[in-house]
Design a protein around this ligand. Structure first.
Ligand code: S3P
Length: 425
């Protein structure tokens, strides 16, 4: 359980735990590479630990040198062993979808399961194109949902027009494409996060990208490398938002990932009138890294839609919280994907924010939030969704009474140490 209440203006400089998307990929790519991959700044959150556990079951030796440093002893795709027990991905959509791509092209049998939330999340989006590549996958409701089983084998390259902008779909197919005959091309309606495209070349893989299209040639091998993981901009978003909830505050987050496919939340905060300064100081595995400083006196409502949505998809719950404090109305459109995240985030964001007096309308593809509301104290629930739990805790920073967040243990999925960190603000 987390309790938060109204804050006085504060100033803080801090770092946040490692990027979840990059941490997952560092383990997966390290596992299918030849040789050793050293990972620093790894996120020791529940989701990424699920990825480590699953690859351990596939016979990959993975050493935890410290909380945040990991050594992966990769032996190539061919080194993956048939697992004796089902692979349990826990709450992690990235683990299951990317692993399906890897497992489809390796001649072993495996079964994938996860928690209650994973059991509701759509898998057809990857199962269907993988089957077109020749993958043999079966599962509940003809492979729409877990449990899923994969009998890996030979794959054919595929040209796929994805109906959704999803990095999990894109990455799954690119990983399958690495083992397929010929070329695999994935086109998206808008470009989704491109960590796979940035990181694979660090492992020696060649690929071509052009706008929202990626092309990869089959039969390439990966070579182990060193991965430094930047702070997660999706985690930083909660502390940046905290500063916006308390006018007169200023927060700097250092060594955070600034990949442009992820920084939509900074653009949205700027559109709302926040002063956002960004300084890129480095590139790690082709990923820009640097510092973000935010401050604001007064926010205004905005319209968020189109190509911006995949660039801030995970930040919409906290964006909705901030929008309650803006002058005027905020409209979020084109965000149907929210319905199939860890929870239906249109429903859970609206339901929980209303408990604190927010005026928020759910729509088919997003929500409409009335600004200028005085939030009240109240008792909220994470619904087992880390980002809903954190968003509600930050809402307390501008509430007239105490906000209690139940189910706060879910926050460990992506942001271990969140409660301690915000208590220091
Ligand atoms: C992720 C992609 C996004 C995001 C998720 C992590 C990834 O999902 O919401 O938290 O690491 O590739 P989709 O690709 O399904 O939109």
């Amino acid at each position: 359980m987390i309790r938060t209440s109204q804050r006085k203006p504060f100033r803080a400089t801090l770092t946040v735990p490692g990027d979840k998307s990059i941490s997952h990929r560092s383990i997966m790519f390290g596992a299918i590479a030849n040789g050793i991959t050293e990972v620093e700044g790894f996120l020791p959150g529940a989701d990424c630990l699920s990825t480590i556990r699953c690859f351990g079951q596939l016979g990959v030796e993975i050493e935890r040198l410290s909380e945040t440093s990991v050594r992966v002893h990769g032996r190539g795709f061919a080194g993956l062993a048939e697992p004796v027990y089902p692979l349990d991905v826990g709450n992690s959509g990235t683990t299951i979808r990317l692993m399906l791509g890897i497992l489809s092209g390796v001649p072993i049998f495996s079964t994938l399961i996860g928690d209650e939330s994973i059991a509701r999340r759509p898998m057809k989006r990857v199962v269907e194109p993988l089957r077109k590549m020749g993958a043999r996958i079966d599962g509940r409701q003809d492979g729409r949902f877990t449990p899923l089983s994969v009998r890996g084998g030979r794959l054919q390259g595929l040209t796929y027009e994805s109906p959704i902008a999803s990095a999990q779909v894109k990455s799954c197919l690119l990983l399958a494409g690495l083992n397929a005959e010929g070329y695999t091309i994935v086109r998206e309606p808008y470009q989704s996060r491109n960590h796979t495209e940035c990181m694979l070349p660090a492992f020696g893989v060649e690929l071509e990208t052009q706008g929202a299209e990626v092309k990869i040639k089959g039969g390439q091998e990966l070579t182990g490398t060193r991965v430094r993981v930047p702070g997660d901009i999706s985690s930083a978003a909660f502390v940046l938002a905290a500063a916006l909830m308390v006018p007169g505050s200023q927060v700097t987050v250092e060594q955070v990932g600034l990949n442009p496919t992820r920084t939509g939340i900074l653009d949205a905060f700027r559109m709302m009138g926040a002063e956002v300064q960004v300084e890129v100081t480095d590139h790690w595995c082709n990923e820009p890294v640097g510092n973000v400083t935010i401050a604001c006196e007064e926010l205004r409502g905005v319209e968020i839609k189109g190509e911006l949505i995949p660039r801030l998809i995970d930040e919409i719950p906290i964006l909705a919280v901030v929008a309650t404090q803006a002058r005027g109305r905020t409209v979020i459109k084109d965000a149907q994907e929210l319905k199939v995240k860890e929870t239906d985030r249109i429903a859970t964001t609206a339901q929980e924010l209303r408990k604190l007096g927010a005026i928020i309308e759910e729509t088919e593809d997003g929500m409409i939030i009335e600004g200028g509301t005085q939030l009240t104290g109240g008792s909220c629930h994470s619904h087992g969704d880390h980002r809903i739990g954190m968003a509600m805790a930050i809402a307390g920073f501008a509430a007239s009474g105490e906000v209690v967040v139940e189910g706060a243990e879910a926050i460990d999925v992506s942001f271990p140490g969140f409660a301690r960190l915000i208590s220091q603000l």
